[in-house]
Write a protein that binds this ligand. Structure first.
Ligand code: GCO
Length: 468
């Protein structure tokens, strides 16, 4: 074994000494939103497949299947189906954004709609996305567009998905086309959503399509995704030359990187090293590659991948962070070499993920070292009654404001999510929406949860004007 784990463990130990802890009384008393800088993007986030409805892609196929032991791929046996019908209810969703007072919206374009077969461009779908981006801009809502959020057209998946280098070429072409399509209204681009999560769930844990359990393939796919980002960024810059918001820049490119706090279960050298390695692989691989132009992936005993991708350097203008939770970690023999859990008594969301707003502050501080603007591209909680979301939203905005107060250049916060939606392998049980969606009604009625008021308060304190 190399000295790498030891060094990482020690690095983590050093990091442990400064774990903050927020005082709920202070969080509740804070004039939330007041500490955010001018021009801050305060919005919500969604993904095409989770809200549009009617999509036909690798995920809609996967949703109908089962694992070898007979268990359904989707825990509650639901299929995304009509989702929240946002494909047809976009204007209604914009009304909700206006009610929040949001000045930004992150949404995805669905590759399988735009290019259902190789090289064929669907003009109607394209026109609808163009109108969406235009509507948002004319309503004073800054659009941020995600190019890839976990779903692939069938033809891409069937030809090997992200394992096949030819599909990187296809994604590159697609990115250029989307830039041409939406560039007049869009400056903020998010090339990929959570490449680390996708690679691990799809290729190591086998719980998402394509359902593989092959750690070496997981690493290759992650490396390919990182490379795909660099290639997409080049296309976006070449084909979106319109500065839509008048700030002097036609493109602001980033990706949404999923980060989790990995807390060693004990002070033992093994737990420290395992937590450090997990952190290194999961949290650090992507930002390090973006910074250095070199992809380096290491999983003890199974993966050691090195790849130069010089175009990565300078490929991002901001780093997006999707932050939800903290895992406690101890050594294990599973393929990921670590066992992750939440100790009894810790506060969790309804999916059992620990609520740890301090973690968001820690990551903002950590990635300030990149010297680039940071954007919280996702944060939120599964709260099926909606009663606990107000504090969650407040405490995470508090984390952002703490970081801002210490000089961290945070440019935006996008709450996941605007509305309840299809939560991948979990189906429709979880409720992440600021607005609840009544799935029993034909209209898929959207109803405000209590956190809408919290969001409006932050918006007003930022100088925005929610509609009544
Ligand atoms: C992800 C996504 C979202 C999820 C959200 C809640 O992290 O999987 O980007 O699609 O719905 O994070 O789990």
């Amino acid at each position: 074994m190399s000295v790498r784990p030891l060094l990482l463990g020690l690095a983590l130990l050093a990091g442990c000494s400064e774990r903050p802890s927020f005082d709920p009384a202070k969080v509740n008393a804070a004039p939330i939103g007041k500490g955010l800088p001018r021009g801050f993007l305060l919005g919500t986030s969604t993904a095409a497949h989770q809200i549009e409805g009617g999509n036909v892609n690798d995920w809609s196929d996967w949703e109908r299947g089962a694992f070898p032991d007979g268990a359904p791929h989707i825990k509650d046996r639901s299929v995304s189906g009509p989702a929240t019908d946002s494909w047809n209810r976009f204007d209604e969703d914009v009304t909700l954004m206006k009610r929040l007072g949001a000045n930004a919206y992150r949404f995805g374009v669905e590759w399988s709609r735009l290019e259902p077969t190789p090289g064929a461009w669907d003009a109607d779908a394209a026109e609808r996305y163009r109108q969406w981006a235009h509507t948002l801009r004319s309503q004073g809502i800054e659009p941020m567009v995600t190019l890839y959020h976990f779903t692939l057209p069938r033809w891409v998946a069937e030809s090997g998905g992200w394992e096949n280098p030819a599909n990187l070429d296809a994604f590159e072409r697609f990115s250029g086309k989307v830039a041409e399509l939406l560039g007049a209204d869009v400056d903020w681009w998010c090339t990929l959503n959570e490449p680390n999560v996708y690679a691990v769930f799809g290729y190591m844990d086998g719980v998402w399509p394509p359902g593989r359990k092959d750690t070496a393939a997981m690493a290759r796919v992650l490396a390919n995704l990182i490379e795909a980002h660099a290639r997409a960024a080049r296309q976006l810059r070449a084909h979106d030359t319109v500065d839509a918001d008048g700030d002097g820049r036609a493109t602001l490119i980033g990706l949404a990187h999923h980060v989790r706090v990995f807390q060693p279960a004990s002070g033992s050298t093994t737990d420290l090293a395992v937590a450090g390695l997990t952190d290194d692989f999961f949290n650090e691989s992507v930002p390090k590659a973006l910074r250095t132009g070199h992809v380096s992936l290491f999983v003890p005993g199974s993966v050691s991948l090195e790849r130069d991708v010089p175009d990565l350097k300078g490929s991002i203008d901001y780093l997006g962070l999707n932050y939800y939770t903290r895992d406690h970690v101890r050594q294990d023999t599973s393929p990921s070499f670590s066992h992750k859990y939440v100790p009894a008594g810790h506060d969790t969301n309804d999916l059992g993920w620990e609520l740890y707003p301090e973690g968001l502050y820690l990551f903002l501080k950590r990635y300030a070292a990149l010297g680039l603007p940071l954007v919280v591209t996702e944060n939120g909680m599964d709260d099926r009654t909606g009663e606990r979301r107000p504090y969650s939203l407040r405490s995470h905005l508090y984390a952002v404001e703490q970081a801002v107060a210490e000089g961290v250049p945070v440019r935006g916060y996008f709450h996941w999510s605007l509305i309840d939606n299809f939560e991948w392998a979990e189906g429709y049980g979880p409720r992440f929406g600021l607005f609840q969606v009544d799935r029993s009604s034909v209209e898929l009625t959207r109803r405000a949860t209590p956190a809408v008021e919290t969001f409006r308060e932050a918006a007003r304190n930022l100088g925005l004007t929610p509609t009544p």
